[in-house]
Design a protein around this ligand. Structure first.
Ligand SMILES: [Zn+2]
Length: 528
């Protein structure tokens, strides 16, 4: 007989990977997470395509893949005028776990999860993450909780502690102290939320694990890139210890409430061997023509002018520079008469559009799409011969949708582990394909982590799951209906007995009268 869990706590370990946790368990650095893993069914959790934070966490929250939930990057192109805009929670096309639980009359607590801005109107406490325009906005629907946190947990923040790689030990020390305080504040906030809400699901998301790994990967000393520098390794390990202590407090909270615990990451992590110049690759393949030297100056001047206008508009009341539409063609400096394909945005994925002027006939568009796919598939690291992309596909063929009608790229080229595709490169004379980034020694890898500690769980490292499997599994584990809109599968193999599954209707999402106002406030930080 399966035994159902009555509640679940999710630990959102952004960028969490076994190549850091495993050595941390062995070295005794992470005793709380190590004991969770010992009790749990655990294993590899494959990220979304592409493996970027907003796409991945939306896949978790909806139990769906990108063509269904509609979030493919930080930004999207508006098909009506080909301008770029920031993605947000209102663009998610299917109900999230929070909506599903809300429709069942259950309360939820969610702290800092990406793509929860504007926060959904559901019973409980939803505090948005780094994509909210500011802390007050993140608490938009729970002002009472906001006041309590402001008064008693001053370190609680949605800010990213590691925007750059620290240059000095002093800089590292002060940022590490701040990062540790942020983790501790998240446990404080979760304990206070627990007293305010009778939650069925509680999510605490640790964005700063991802930013720590990006900037300080070599000091984790877990692979061939490892460095041992007195002071530096200790500070980085101190942040991991603080994360483990926070996780330990949340596990204690879970055990007081008799809740199951699911720890998961949105993608793995590993060394970043090089950034990949996607537009440079298209230029090499003869699919894009750069600007001549004089026109390059004009292009730069226009970009500086755009930036200045955005900066000035940000000074205005209630206007955000991020909301001002930017045309997709304006993102790349090309000779448009001789350009067939270009990548206006994208990190960890080549997001390649066709120039409508050069591909007006369907024959020309088909040929261009084929050539783009061939060029990306053939792209190799000249030093090692390793492919730069793990998968390259036509969006129309793979997703069975019309990319132009939805403002999507024609071709997606997913970064291979160790390489970070990059649309923005700057206009340089040399058309280099690869460049290591000293500020970014680590980047997302495709294989993340999952550990489930619940009644009737079968411990051991035998799980092979996808991010979109987690939400349906959590609902089935709680004995609640899984809405038919969820695409993921229930991970029966995590349990001694298969879970009975009841399918339910897709819940209606209540419109939020404040939504437009929250959207107009703009957005916060972008990060990979
Ligand atoms: Zn992430």
């Amino acid at each position: 007989m399966p035994a159902f869990a009555s509640r679940v706590v999710f630990l959102g370990l952004d960028g969490g990977t076994m190549s850091v946790l495993g050595p941390g368990f062995d070295r005794g650095l992470l005793p709380n997470l190590a004991s969770l893993w010992r009790r749990s069914a655990f294993g590899a959790l494959r990220s979304s395509e592409p493996m970027v934070t907003p796409v991945a966490w939306t896949s978790f929250a909806t139990g769906c893949t990108p063509p269904t939930h509609g979030i493919h990057e930080f930004v999207y192109a508006d098909p009506s005028d080909r301008t770029l805009r920031a993605n947000h929670a209102g663009r998610v096309r299917v109900p999230t776990l929070w909506h599903v639980l809300g429709a069942l009359g259950r309360e939820v607590v969610s702290l800092n999860l990406p793509m929860t801005y504007p926060p959904p109107r559901v019973p409980g406490l939803i505090v948005a993450g780094a994509d909210a325009p500011g802390l007050d906005w993140a608490f938009a629907h729970c002002p009472g909780f906001a006041a309590e946190i402001a008064a008693h947990v001053p370190d609680f923040t949605i800010k990213i502690a590691w925007k750059h790689r620290p240059k000095t030990l002093d800089d590292l020390r002060s940022r590490a102290a701040w990062n540790r305080a942020i983790f501790r504040a998240q446990a404080d906030a979760a304990e206070r939320a627990d007293r305010r809400a009778d939650w069925t699901a509680m999510m605490v998301h640790f964005q700063n694990l991802d930013s720590l790994l990006h900037r300080l990967w070599p000091y984790l000393d877990v692979d061939a890139t490892g460095l041992r520098v007195p002071g530096w390794n200790e500070e980085v390990e101190g942040c991991l210890r603080a994360l483990d202590e926070t996780a330990g407090r949340l596990m204690e909270l879970a055990s007081r409430r008799d809740a199951a615990v699911i720890a998961l990451s949105d993608h793995g992590f590993g060394p970043c061997r090089a950034l990949v110049n996607v537009n440079g690759l298209l230029r090499d393949a003869g699919l894009q023509r750069g600007l001549m030297y004089g026109t390059r100056f004009r292009y730069r001047a226009r970009r500086v002018g755009d930036r200045l206008r955005r900066w000035m508009s940000r000074r205005g009341v209630g206007v955000s520079g991020r909301l001002m539409p930017r045309s997709i063609e304006g993102q790349v400096g090309c000779d448009w008469k001789r350009t067939v394909a270009f990548a206006p945005f994208g990190q960890l994925c080549g997001c390649i559009f066709l120039n409508p002027r050069a591909t007006a006939t369907s024959g020309a568009a088909d040929r261009a799409r084929r050539e783009v796919i061939e060029a990306c598939r053939a792209a190799r690291d000249p030093e090692t011969g390793a492919p730069l992309f793990s998968g390259v596909f036509s969006v129309a063929d793979r997703y069975a949708i019309d990319p132009a009608a939805e403002g999507l790229p024609e071709v997606l080229a997913l970064s291979a582990d160790g390489y970070q595709a990059q649309a923005k490169w700057g206009v340089s004379l040399r058309n280099e394909l690869l460049r290591p980034d000293p500020d970014l020694p680590g980047t997302h890898w495709s294989e993340g982590i999952l550990a489930i500690d619940a009644p009737d769980v079968r411990p051991g490292g035998h799980l092979r799951a996808h991010l979109h499997d987690v939400a349906p599994t959590a609902l089935a584990m709680l004995g609640l209906p899984v809405p038919e809109s969820m695409e993921g599968r229930v991970l029966h193999e995590a349990f001694e007995n298969p879970l009975p599954i009841h399918y339910g209707a897709r819940p209606e999402i209540e419109p939020d009268p404040q939504f437009e106002e929250l959207l107009a406030a703009g957005f916060g930080a972008e990060c990979a």
